[in-house]
Design a protein around this ligand. Structure first.
Ligand code: MOS
Length: 738
């Protein structure tokens, strides 16, 4: 699409939903009111493994205002686990958790009862009166202790060459374990669902989810409902980070209660209860890198050992990035899982890459030190223009440009390579860098456009906007392809009745939905051209569809722009006041190319030498991610992801008391995330990366790429500042003092 026809794509457009959000007009899942609404409160298990021997709800039931208490012994029917549909993003192996299904306890914090009452406070109070006796079994929740028992997961990534032999023979070797603790998503919005009882067994469910149609299918299968009987909506989300990819237990419970009572039910989990759902699994990244004296890799061995639950095998690609990113004739990957008595992990902010590339990029820094090479120079000597794993070219890869522009903006050439060599009065200064890589995915997506003769368009798709700016980019793309002002476009999203879309995740939404809009707009334009040709003495009588565009309310022959017909005239003459079309993406699977986004991250830390307090004073993230649709929202996504990376490097850590198998810091006072005081100067650069292979609009998607490598750049900067290598995250001051 020529850029002259695209006044909105590529610009810094403010959020079209911004006004609704800051004025409270945007309603979140737990905010919908309806007459007769009742409230749920969850009772959770206090043991990690065993069975419920007895559950006594009698005193809770006596509380005035309590309507019912659902347990595994007292609840409406749910399909057997083996019969039920597995959600789109659930692990292949195992059976998903189902709340109140039976007496078995598989993790601490498991929901075991739902109190439903006229008021939320009453429900919550009554929940505290439910008495439970357990038969307890010994639980295991420590990944390090379970490491030896981990089993190998079959992964498609092929090894190449003879990695072990090459590693043993290498001039310079580096081998180490890097540990990433389990991390929780902690979006601002709590997990919430409001199930509105519409009568006759029909429900409208407002759910905090990244995939309304996935939740709809899940509910239909678990409760034996027909798709027409349950509509799922999630118009706004207060953050997702992957936490809303799978249907979460609160939606099953809200629907269970609505069906039991035939009333509308709101269920909002507490912050503490959110630590009983998915999370980034604790992972040990074992890296062994063998290099030639000149700074080229001979062997890459990457083994990941990650936690999973007792009932599902969750794993993501942690390891294969290592041999994809850098040139090495020999590479080998192993992924192992340790079964722990915890909930199944879930996708979280670049799952697999955030952890695996962290290990790789710390190891590359250590290798650079061993080789006495600048860490950026090592990356350049190992640079690969081809995907090493599949031996194929990339649709585009401007990583070299990321390194160049990032290093220049940061001032990398002024770095003294010696650790502890740079100071700012009482603080040690460290400069570190790392590479990031993520997949540029795209998924089949359908879009509906309704164009009315008054020059207004409504565009609709079932995608969610998890807060990243989907509403806005959809409005921009639609305005451009229909040649309308932005204000004339209405976006409808996140409603299961809308045209089919996958869960919003994997950074695939922008590419998928934008190309679907372009296809749908072409169908609209085809109809408009047909109508325009019927006008008396039509200037477009001989125009071909591919030569036309919609610009400024007209259908125009691009080859002869004076030949144009007003859209309103064409529609009026054709007797139409609306044109409605629905079309899908038509991505062909492209096996010839690798599709990835890349980044280079440069970080500066300042560390108080006396007490070890670390400040991340500067970060430059240079990103190559194809065409950037909205420089403002994309910039915000990368900045947010860098903040997540700072949290990962210095703060985030789930502490489990292994004697009880229970998260000790299940709150955002003690589970630390980066806050404003931790954030200083973050500069985001989007490197120009034209790509006419990946899809017609050249879009790759941003978001997840922003976190990959950030923690490694910071860890490497900490080493440069202090000469001390901390290989387990988060890098807290006690670890620096040790
Ligand atoms: Mo993302 S972890 O696919 O929401």
């Amino acid at each position: 699409m020529p850029s002259s026809l695209a006044p909105y794509i590529g610009t810094a457009t403010s959020r079209v939903d911004g006004h609704a959000k800051v004025t409270g007009g945007a309603k979140y899942a737990g905010e919908f009111n309806t007459p007769g609404l009742v409230y749920g409160a969850v009772v959770t298990s206090t043991i990690a493994k065993g069975h419920i021997a007895r559950i006594d709800v009698s005193s809770a039931l006596r509380v005035q205002g309590v309507l019912d208490i659902l347990t595994h012994e007292h609840r409406p029917h749910m399909a057997a686990k083996s019969e039920a549909y597995k959600d789109d993003v659930g692990p292949e192996e195992g059976k998903p958790f189902r709340p109140l299904y039976d007496d078995k306890i598989v993790f601490s914090g498991q929901p075991i009862a739902l109190v439903v009452a006229e008021e939320w406070e009453i429900a919550r109070f009554a929940a505290s009166l439910v008495r439970v006796e357990y038969t307890k079994q010994k639980s295991v929740t420590d990944l390090q202790a379970a490491r030896e028992k981990a089993f190998t997961v079959k992964k498609p990534e092929k090894p190449r060459g003879k990695a072990d032999k090459a590693y043993a023979a290498a001039d310079v070797r580096h081998e180490a374990d890097y540990f990433i603790p389990s991390e929780f998503h902690n979006p601002m919005e709590l997990y919430a669902s409001t199930a509105i009882w519409e009568g006759g067994g029909k429900l409208t469910v407002h759910d905090k989810t990244q995939g309304v149609q996935n939740v709809q299918r899940y509910l239909c299968s678990v409760f034996g409902m027909k798709p027409d009987d349950v509509r799922v909506m999630s118009a706004f989300m207060g953050g997702g980070f992957g936490s809303g990819l799978r249907p979460q237990y609160q939606v099953a419970l809200a629907v269970l209660a609505a069906r039991a009572l035939e009333r509308s039910v709101r269920l909002v989990l507490t912050r503490q209860q959110m630590y009983g759902l998915g999370y980034r699994p604790a992972t040990i990244e074992h890296l062994a890198l063998g290099a030639k004296q000149g700074g080229t890799l001979d062997a890459v061995i990457h083994e990941a050992i990650a936690a999973t639950s007792q009932y599902e095998d969750f794993s993501r690609n942690d390891t294969a990035w290592s041999g994809q990113l850098y040139k090495s004739p020999n590479a080998k990957y192993v992924h192992r899982l340790a079964r722990l008595d915890l909930p199944t992990p879930s996708d979280m902010r670049a799952p697999g890459a955030a952890t695996g590339v962290h290990g790789l990029e710390c190891a590359m820094d250590e290798l650079a030190v061993a080789l006495k090479l600048d860490p950026l120079e090592l990356r350049l000597r190992c640079y690969s223009d081809r995907d090493q794993n599949e031996d194929k070219p990339f649709t585009s890869k401007k990583l070299r440009e990321c390194y160049r522009q990032g290093a220049e903006a940061f001032g990398w050439d002024k770095r003294n390579p010696d650790p502890r060599s740079m100071r700012d009065s009482s603080e040690l200064v460290g400069w570190g860098m790392a590479t990031g890589i993520w997949e540029a995915l795209q998924m089949e997506t359908a879009v509906r456009i309704v164009l009315t003769a008054n020059g207004h368009a409504e565009v609709a798709s079932a995608f969610s906007d998890i807060g990243t700016g989907t509403y806005t980019i959809i409005a921009q793309v639609t305005a451009d392809v229909l040649g309308l002002p932005l204000d004339n476009v209405t976006v409808k999203l996140a409603d299961s009745t809308l045209p089919q879309a996958p869960v919003e995740g994997g950074s695939w939404t922008a590419a998928s939905v934008s190309n679907a809009i372009a296809n749908t707009a072409e169908a609209v334009r085809k109809e408009l051209l047909r109508l325009a040709k019927k006008l008396p003495d039509s200037p477009l009588a001989s125009a071909k569809l591919e030569d036309t565009a919609l610009i400024g309310g007209k259908i125009v022959d691009k080859k002869a722009p004076e030949k144009a017909v007003l859209i309103a005239d064409a529609m009026r003459h054709g007797g139409l006041d609306r044109i409605e079309r629905e079309a899908k993406t038509n991505f062909k699977e492209n096996k010839k190319y690798a599709c990835n986004t890349h980044s280079a991250i440069f970080a500066e830390v300042k560390i108080d030498e006396e007490i070890g307090v670390i400040r991340v004073t500067r970060v430059v993230s240079a990103v190559a991610a194809g065409r950037i649709l909205n420089t403002k929202t994309a910039h915000s996504q990368i900045m947010g992801a860098v903040v997540g990376g700072i949290g990962m490097a210095l703060h985030e850590e789930t502490l489990v008391d292994h004697a009880f198998g229970r998260v000790m810091n299940a709150n955002i006072a003690e589970y630390h995330v980066a806050v404003n005081a931790d954030i200083h100067d973050i500069k985001v650069i989007f490197v120009d990366e034209p790509d006419d292979i990946i899809n017609p609009l050249g879009i790759k998607g941003v978001g997840e790429i922003g976190i990959v490598g950030v923690a490694a750049a910071i860890a490497n900067a900490v080493y440069h500042a202090t000469g001390k290598r901390v290989r387990d995250l988060p890098i807290t001051l006690d670890k620096l003092q040790r």
